[in-house]
Design a protein around this ligand. Structure first.
Ligand SMILES: Cc1ncc(COP(=O)(O)O)c(C=O)c1O
Length: 390
């Protein structure tokens, strides 16, 4: 059977390769400690689960949901944005619930990218930006995120012939994988740049609630004029440990939201209503769980950063996100170092190059690892550092 060129050209999804390697090790009876995937290990808070259980019993929630989501959920999202960021949204036109933000990130390329068009995509970056560009027939022009620029893209360095063909600009802060953060002045500059060149912006911000040391990330939507030219993707996945439930949202420019809604309504039939009810509970209920989770991650962050520096990897404590972005030691590249750790001490880290060529020289460690495994993982890293053997 012949599959389409589109499918043939798909790169293997990053974590598929890592999972395969882990499975091989496990099959040989070896125990692996994984700092790989950014998937919260702490359960969803119980009041959210309770609300799902109740909603699941209601026959009104057993039928096809509306593609645009429950009006109560759209209103709740608008209220949350106003409370959290001071951003006012029209819940009918500027808010769209999603089956996880990944779904919207994948679909929005079909709204703005035609064959031959270009998307401006951060490198390193979440792989879905460039893959969805490719699926829509476009090409990614990668914007290097370099340490010397605090992992922010240099928008002024984009050649004018690229700008003429660019139909989307992707941004993501707090950033995966570098864990860099952006301040409001960067977002203001990005809005001015996007308006000057007429390029719609997609800001991906699922980590805005995962932050440390009292730091509060800003939203792209807080930049003045952001709504004229962009949308923001957000999610309940990381804020409320709901990755398995699949619920997120896009907010912002009404035309962009409408285009995304039109694509979505032809491809999916919305989000299970019981999950939408649970999302309302998450966004309106007690919020102390967020700080509790962040306290757990912050402790882990400090232990990881301390150990990495002790064994000769340079890593700075991130202000936000679930990741530590560390430089590999001299004599290694990203892949050889990740392979060394897996082979020698059974520790999984993600090679930076999995997120793009400018991830070379780095590895990413996720903090979503249970404490007991974290301790085991750190002692293995220590053993590697001491003698490069367990
Ligand atoms: C930068 C970024 N964007 C989007 C997502 C997708 O999140 P979800 O689809 O669970 O909302 C992830 C998940 O890891 C991510 O790291």
């Amino acid at each position: 059977m012949r599959v389409s060129k589109r499918v043939e050209n798909l790169p293997p999804y990053l974590f598929v390769e890592i999972s395969k390697k882990i499975a091989e090790k496990k099959a040989r009876g070896e125990e692996v400690v994984s700092f790989g995937i950014g998937d919260p290990d702490i359960p969803t808070p119980s009041h959210i689960i309770e609300s799902l259980c109740q909603a699941a019993h209601d026959p009104a929630n057993h039928r096809y949901p509306e593609s645009e989501g429950l009006p109560e959920l759209r209103k709740t999202i608008a209220t949350w944005y106003e409370k959290r960021f001071g951003v006012k949204l029209d819940s009918d036109k500027e808010v769209l619930p999603l089956i996880g933000s990944k779904e919207g990130i994948g679909h929005i390329s079909f709204c703005f990218i035609d064959p031959g068009d270009i998307a401006l995509v951060p490198d390193p970056g979440y792989p879905v930006y460039s893959v969805s560009t490719m699926l829509a027939g476009g090409t990614s022009f990668f914007l290097p995120l370099l340490e010397k620029n605090n992992f922010l893209p240099d928008l002024n360095a984009i050649p004018s012939d690229i700008l003429n063909k660019a139909k989307l600009l992707w941004l993501n802060y707090p950033n995966n994988p570098t864990s860099a953060v952006a301040d409001l002045s960067f977002f203001e500059k990005a809005v001015a740049f996007a308006r000057q060149h007429g390029i719609p912006v997609c800001h991906d911000g699922p980590y805005s609630e995962v932050a440390y040391d009292g730091y509060k990330p800003v939203s792209f939507m807080q930049a003045s004029g952001a709504k004229d030219i962009g949308v923001e993707f957000h999610s309940l996945s990381k804020s409320y440990n709901m990755t398995g439930w699949r619920i997120g949202m896009a907010v912002g420019n009404a035309e962009m939201i409408n285009a995304l809604m039109r694509i979505k309504s032809n491809l999916d039939s919305g989000i299970a209503q019981a999950i939408q009810q649970a999302a309302i509970t998450a966004l309106t209920g007690p919020q102390d769980c967020i700080q509790q989770h962040n306290d757990v991650y912050q402790k882990r962050r400090d232990l990881v950063v301390e150990m990495l520096n002790r064994i000769g990897l340079q890593a700075r404590p991130p202000k936000a996100s679930l990741y530590v972005w560390a430089k590999v030691p001299a004599g290694y590249n990203s892949k050889s170092f990740a392979t060394e750790l897996l082979d020698k001490v059974g520790v999984v880290v993600t090679p930076g190059t999995g997120y793009g060529p400018n991830g070379e020289g780095y590895i990413r460690l996720s903090l979503t690892i249970p404490d007991a495994s974290l301790v085991k993982g750190l002692s293995r890293l220590s053993a590697w550092g001491a003698g490069k053997k367990l």
